[in-house]
Design a protein around this ligand. Sequence first.
Ligand SMILES: *[C@@H]1O[C@H](CO)[C@@H](O)[C@H](O)[C@H]1NC(C)=O
Ligand SMILES: *[C@@H]1O[C@H](CO)[C@@H](O)[C@H](O)[C@H]1NC(C)=O
Ligand SMILES: *[C@@H]1O[C@H](CO)[C@@H](O)[C@H](O)[C@H]1NC(C)=O
Ligand SMILES: *[C@@H]1O[C@H](CO)[C@@H](O)[C@H](O)[C@H]1NC(C)=O
Ligand SMILES: *[C@@H]1O[C@H](CO)[C@@H](O)[C@H](O)[C@H]1NC(C)=O
Ligand SMILES: *[C@@H]1O[C@H](CO)[C@@H](O)[C@H](O)[C@H]1NC(C)=O
Length: 507
Amino acid sequence: MAPWMLPLFYAFIFVHSSHLSFAKFPPRYFPSSLIRPETTSSPSNNEFYKTKYFTQNLDHFNYNPQSYQTFQQRYLINDTFWGGNKINAPIFVYTGNEGNIEWFAQNTGFMYDIAPEFKALLVFIEHRYYGKSIPYGGDKKKAYKSSKTLGYLSSTQALADYATLIIDLKKNLTAMDSPVIVFGGSYGGMLAAWFRLKYPHVAIGALSSSSPILQFENITSQYSFNNIITQDFRSESENCYKVIKGSWKQIEDTAAKHGGLELLRKSFHICKNYISGDYLEGWLSTAFVYTAMTDYPTPSNFLSPMPAYPIKEMCKAIDNPKFGNDTFAKLYHAASVYYNYTGDVSCFDLADDSDPHDLGGWQWQACTEMIMPTSGNTKESIFPVSTYSYEGRAQYCQDYYKVQPRPTWITTEFGGHDITRVLKRFGSNIIFFNGLRDPWSGGGVLKNISKSIIAIVEPKGAHHVDLRFSTSKDPKWLRDVRKREINIMKDWISEYHHNLADSDAQY
Ligand SMILES: *[C@@H]1O[C@H](CO)[C@@H](O)[C@H](O)[C@H]1NC(C)=O
Ligand SMILES: *[C@@H]1O[C@H](CO)[C@@H](O)[C@H](O)[C@H]1NC(C)=O
Ligand SMILES: *[C@@H]1O[C@H](CO)[C@@H](O)[C@H](O)[C@H]1NC(C)=O
Ligand SMILES: *[C@@H]1O[C@H](CO)[C@@H](O)[C@H](O)[C@H]1NC(C)=O
Ligand SMILES: *[C@@H]1O[C@H](CO)[C@@H](O)[C@H](O)[C@H]1NC(C)=O
Ligand SMILES: *[C@@H]1O[C@H](CO)[C@@H](O)[C@H](O)[C@H]1NC(C)=O
């Protein structure tokens, strides 16, 4: 499989081409608030953690017989730094997102970086229906067969899994009094924040990084996501923005001409199985969207390796006078920053829909409760003008799964409307980190809600940049963000220990 392949590739064909006919390119996946951690530079798995399995209930919310079926839930554990139960040393739990947990564990370096200082136990729990945590005997085909078997894939079930597992693990370790802090980025960050709100007796706090918990219904504008991407490129270079913005029509016009597809195929070094102008647009959009999400200050390895500040590199290619007025040459070189930075791709395969990190389940979630309108594009947008269509999504989900989305369920279950007023006097100990270069930040919590529900907002930051392994090249703002997060979590833990001592004295 091509290393630059994006499992969610079709998402952006769908997202950015809603002005085009829907039937031409049925979306396979919807955009996820994905973490795309490193895959190559990480040490091998067994240097990081031990793998365990826990027998989990299929359905936590029902007492009919089939609810009592179980499945094996994978979790990863590292006790090297743990201070142990005698001193009630803390437990840091990563609430897994929509993918293979090893992938997240190897890339949430922040938890490893701070574990020694906190004497923390590290636990990474895999989300049900992803990776190796597959119900129906681990048989993915069976589990993904229909809405009847996929029905148990939901955020509320996942949170209940985490609570059940954490409580059982603490019992096994005789560490009932060890404080738990939950960590998560992206969808995992939403789960961490919601976990703190729903299970305050299990976790004393949550670090919720780049979690767009307000990207539901119309709490956040549907235009916000693409406005931020537009701004990312436009602030780099007005010309760069204009070239990209102008390119969509040029691609469509070229594709419609006799011999145009062959010209595009050659210009973009696309493999022989190249399909259409729409696919090319989706492929390019994908590169721009994910590059904006991961515009990190140091070289990264998102799905494929990328240089530090990749937007700058893309715009350098586009602004390069060498390419004159050749828009396709400019775009080809810009896209290569994302798809071919190492230079080992021989041709680009636009039709590749392989899913190496097991992200496919997100499509079900995006057809049921994760209805996050992000696809609007204004006249100023770097992408073609479009508006979000709930009907389009609903129709797709009906056709594909025979399931009807519940677009208001997340706010019913977890809230979101008037979040400041609601949470000001309810809830505590949550850090919401957002980097404003991240398109998902528009749906994040960007204001302090109370003394202990804190927003850390970094204008230069991208998607959960704080959770990455630290490097010697990290800029000062990033080191400062992490320092603030560490200090806040230290306060939570010391307050917890005080309270624990008080209650011991009392009872
Ligand atoms: C925990 O992670 C560290 C690296 O940060 C590694 O040296 C250690 O071997 C790991 N421990 C386990 C039990 O995997
Ligand atoms: C706790 O111990 C029991 C008995 O050995 C085991 O079945 C269970 O999986 C353990 N729980 C966790 C979270 O590992
Ligand atoms: C969101 O939609 C509801 C129902 O359509 C409407 O009453 C409300 O004014 C909208 N809120 C915003 C911020 O647009
Ligand atoms: C691009 O430049 C070439 C020569 O420099 C010129 O012939 C052509 O008309 C230009 N195309 C556009 C669209 O400006
Ligand atoms: C990838 O980069 C290498 C080195 O620059 C180049 O030779 C190759 O043609 C590129 N692949 C594609 C598909 O453009
Ligand atoms: C939230 O409050 C903290 C102080 O507790 C402050 O450092 C931080 O800048 C505030 N965040 C925002 C987004 O205003």
